[in-house]
Design a binder for this molecule. Structure first.
Ligand code: PMP
Length: 748
């Protein structure tokens, strides 16, 4: 539009004007100066829909003039007396220019926040009950009622982890907000009270501009949108909300359901914003205005994960003066649980946690606390990862059957999974747990070799079935004792082995193993071990040990089993499987836990020859092993690992964490050893006399729990802190963990 001056003169009789372009989303905007008067000229493309919307907008603006204490743009008629000027290709609209500072350019003291709440409440109250057919019919992507329409832009978000974050909140919105939509009051709202549309003066809200996003929607969205932008870059976003909600509620009372859903509506708005920014960047990469709030939106979305939805809705309810329903004491829950369950199911921590929800590396309890999960290695891709959840939901709603039928998911997943294994590991048997996989691996080995003796490591754990317990010193050592077919070998550790280096430790333990092999010549069916012994206290097998013994076991006719249930699927950072760190290839690999990111799925991967021997026996059938739902989930897990580069992330974050722990070790005498790889780490604690510091380990674990960080302890003396978080764990999270540990060590 080159002839703005001419147009203004022709249609509005303004002469000697100076014009400056202003940012705009749906229109080209100009600040117009004529002498002492300032106006805003908006130029829209001419079409029927825009025309109707502008007529509605003008009606609403004239209605708002009754709110005398605030300023809204007034529509100035053209020389013919018309509010809208229609040219051949455009619609022109001249508005008064509102003076004041944008809410985005000033600080936000409580009185300004209160004024913002009162203001938004007043606008919504004024518009309540107003009906407008055009706005009612408008299907606008920025209207939270249609937030799922932004899903189509998800693919435009370049970083797959960012995409998952947005998809997580979209999924929550679909499951929590949509089912309650009938309970949400509807009305016409401004729908874009972001900090660059709201004007202030002297810590008071004075006015609002840009009514182009108006729609007839859930009234609570007004507050959700206003808060979403105000919360950005705030240390305590909930505090901001409290001030705004309480003053809004005094003018325009909010319903409990509206406040309950507000957290997800705020997140929903941020999702719409980042999705549209991603799309806009592709469509018009040069436009900065469209993506003005993108950085802040991303930051707040990530921060919202660390704010429990319960904490938020409790804070919102309280701000509106609603009382909260008190939760029953945890003892009641424990009593109830023990009525139905044996107490052999243990509970973690001195103060057990009642969990309600979880998201990526965070878990939320029923009281509204957020826990940083530094312990659950099962949730490899993060709790409730949307791609994995959706894969399961979709498949479950289509088909769930068993391996006696043909369905693509089984072969698709098998192919993808086996591509992760080296030659000659080419066959997979699906089951539903690590225990079932260990059990089956032992059965495959004994069947193939026609022998029954199993070599196991001290402190090893391989599962809870009879055969797996027999092979788990960690369990049989406490009760039942060692069975005769079990050959128990010392744990080939380096730390506290008494050997000066890994090489001599490996040789020493290899010799013992080989002696046992000799003693049981011709009788050993298999050797089973984890590459890093988890229950033994995160102990990496001495490098060289497996390389020394694997060929000898095979030479004697035995098979080698690697239990990758804890360490597999990229957690180790440098390696996808634990056996790779030892430079060997097993005959049988046992996998589980992270394989389904929480969905119960396990497997044994083995060679053609071993599978062939098994075929001589009866049919293998597991009702659930390899069902289409599990396969769809397992495949989604592998895809997420690849897309989000989780192995590389584990390597980088793990290295950072190890560095932080080593710095801590410089200051804390009791930290005797830090070991592991990637995000599978152990921190061994000892007292001044070199004895296991079991009490201290428990104290640190429970102390961290009190600081809302979850870790575990293990090892023969229970003096090793176990750290194995979901791989969505960030460097910031690792700093939080080491800082909190430092505080606890200093206190003890
Ligand atoms: N092997 C190892 C190394 C394990 O840590 C576990 C479980 N802690 C299992 C096998 C058994 O897996 P599940 O609990 O899924 O049966």
């Amino acid at each position: 539009m080159k002839h703005i001056g001419k147009l203004l003169s022709k249609w509005y009789g303004l002469s000697n004007v100076s014009t400056v372009p202003l940012d705009g989303y749906n229109s080209a905007n100009y600040k117009v100066q004529e002498g002492k008067s300032t106006y805003v000229l908006k130029v829209y493309p001419r079409n029927e829909d825009t025309l109707e919307l502008l007529l509605s907008e003008n009606r609403i603006l004239s209605r708002l003039t009754s709110l005398k204490t605030y300023d809204f743009p007034a529509v100035l008629p053209n020389l013919q007396g018309d509010a809208l000027t229609l040219t051949k290709r455009h619609i022109l609209r001249l508005l008064t220019f509102l003076e004041g500072d944008f809410l985005g350019s000033v600080s936000h003291p409580p009185e300004l926040l209160k004024s913002f709440g009162t203001f938004l409440g007043s606008v919504d109250r004024e518009l309540e009950g107003l009906r407008d057919a055009t706005l009612a019919a408008r299907e606008y992507p920025w209207d939270l009622q249609h937030m799922d329409r932004s899903k189509r832009y998800l693919a435009n978000i370049p970083d797959p982890s960012d995409r998952s974050l947005v998809d997580y909140f979209i999924m929550q919105f679909e499951q929590r907000v949509f089912p309650k939509r009938a309970k949400l009051r509807k009305g016409i709202i401004h729908n874009d009270a972001n900090v660059w549309n709201v004007l202030t003066s002297n810590d008071r809200i004075t006015g609002l501009i840009d009514f182009g996003d108006m729609c007839y929607t859930w009234i609570i969205c007004e507050l959700a949108v206003g808060l979403a932008y105000l919360m950005m870059d705030k240390d305590d976003p909930l505090e901001i909300c409290r001030e705004v909600i309480s003053s809004y509620h005094q003018v325009e009372p909010l319903k409990k359901t509206e406040l309950e859903l507000l957290y997800y509506l705020i997140a929903g708005r941020l999702c719409i914003s980042v999705c549209n920014s991603a799309y806009a960047k592709i469509k018009s990469p040069e436009s900065e205005y469209i993506t003005i709030s993108e950085k802040g939106a991303w930051k707040l979305l990530r921060k919202m994960l660390s704010i429990s939805p319960m904490e938020a809705s409790n804070a919102f309810m309280k701000a509106a003066g609603y009382s909260l329903t008190p939760t029953a004491p945890p003892q009641d829950d424990i009593k109830r649980r023990n009525r139905f369950l044996s107490t052999s199911f243990s509970l973690s921590y001195q103060a057990p946690i009642r969990m309600k929800q979880a998201a990526f590396q965070y878990m939320y309890d029923t009281e509204g606390h957020t826990f940083l999960d530094a312990y659950n290695n099962i949730m490899l891709a993060g709790h409730c990862h949307p791609k994995i959840v959706r894969a399961g939901q979709k498949m479950m709603s289509r088909l769930n059957t068993n391996t006696r039928y043909l369905y693509d998911e089984l072969a698709d997943y098998s192919e993808k999974l086996l591509a992760r294994f080296p030659h000659p590991l080419t066959k997979v048997f699906f089951v539903n747990s690590g225990s079932a996989a260990s059990d089956l691996a032992l059965r495959l080995a004994t069947g193939h070799t026609k022998r029954d003796r199993i070599m196991v490591l001290e402190h090893g754990y391989h599962g809870h079935t009879m055969a797996a317990i027999d092979a788990s010193h960690y369990k049989y050592n406490h009760k039942g004792g060692r069975k005769r077919h079990i050959i128990q070998l010392p744990l080939p550790k380096v730390f506290r082995s008494g050997f000066p280096d890994a090489f001599s430790a490996a040789n020493h333990y290899s010799e013992i193993t080989l002696k046992n092999l000799e003693r049981n010549a011709g009788k050993i069916a298999a050797f089973i071990a984890e590459p890093i012994v988890g229950c033994g206290g995160q102990v990496p097998l001495a490098p060289g040990y497996l390389k020394n013994i694997y060929p000898e076991i095979r030479r004697s006719g035995g098979l080698c089993i690697s239990d990758e249930v804890q360490v597999g699927f990229g957690r180790l950072g440098d390696h996808f499987w634990g056996f790779e760190m030892h430079g060997i290839v097993p005959d049988l690999v046992v996998i589980g836990k992270p394989m389904g990111n929480g969905h119960p799925i396990g497997a044994v991967v083995t060679t053609d020859a071993i599978a062939k021997s098994f075929e001589e026996g009866p049919e293998f059938f597991s009702s659930f092993g390899g069902n289409p739902v599990s396969c769809a989930i397992g495949k989604a897990v592998l895809e997420v690992i690849e897309e989000e580069k989780l192995q590389e992330h584990a390597r980088k974050t793990g290295n950072h964490l190890i560095k932080g722990l080593k710095e801590l070790q410089q200051k804390v005498r009791q930290i005797a050893d830090i070991r592991g790889s990637g995000l599978f780490l152990g921190v061994e604690l000892e007292d001044e006399d070199g004895r296991p510091a079991t009490h201290l380990a428990a104290k640190i674990k429970n102390g961290l729990r009190a600081k809302h960080i979850l870790i575990g302890t293990d090892g023969p003396a229970d003096n090793v802190l176990k750290i194995k978080p979901p791989l969505s764990f960030t460097i910031e999270n690792s700093v939080n963990l080491t800082t909190s540990m430092m505080e606890l060590f200093t206190d003890s």
